[in-house]
Design a protein around this ligand. Structure first.
Ligand code: SF4
Ligand code: SF4
Length: 145
């Protein structure tokens, strides 16, 4: 069956910041994300993990996530993403996440939270498929307690 997004979907981020702040959430990291972010910050991976990450027990898995401020903003939000070039894959691939692409209704539902969706640049089906594939292939860090 053809995916509803096969002919592409419109998305251009307006930098409103909604997906980076105000609500508690997780930004899970893979080893590649951690290497890229710590190099960008010119920190060792150990120091970056100690200062900017938290261990999250989801019950079915333990993950490493970026820390948030007391206001529930991503620590790296400051009038824009301060680590944009090195941002994690989770951020890079938004809103082309499996849950948002499972149906047109799910996509449109997410678009109520993200003003960049359904407007702006037409992202091809190929680009969307690539984002899905990258997410599928990534191995998230599973720290041991
Ligand atoms: S909610 Fe959408 S438009 Fe706003 S910053 Fe996030 S991706 Fe960009
Ligand atoms: S790393 Fe950047 S893009 Fe990702 S949630 Fe934090 S501020 Fe937003």
């Amino acid at each position: 069956m053809e995916a509803f997004w096969n002919d592409g979907l419109q998305f251009s981020c307006t930098s409103c910041g909604h997906c980076c702040r105000h609500e508690p959430g997780y930004v899970f990291l893979s080893q590649k994300d951690l290497s890229r972010l710590s190099a960008h910050m010119q920190m060792s991976q150990e120091d970056f993990t100690a200062q900017h990450c938290r261990v999250v027990d989801l019950g079915i898995a333990i993950r490493l996530s970026l820390v948030e401020t007391p206001e529930n903003d991503c620590f790296f939000w400051n009038d824009g993403c301060t680590v944009y070039k090195a941002r994690p894959l989770q951020c890079r691939t938004y809103p082309f996440w499996p849950a948002n692409l499972s149906s047109r209704a799910d996509w449109d539902n997410e678009a109520r939270e993200c003003p960049g969706m359904n407007q702006g640049e037409l992202r091809s089906g190929r680009e969307i498929a690539k984002a899905l594939k990258m997410r599928e292939r990534q191995i998230l860090i599973s720290p041991t307690r």
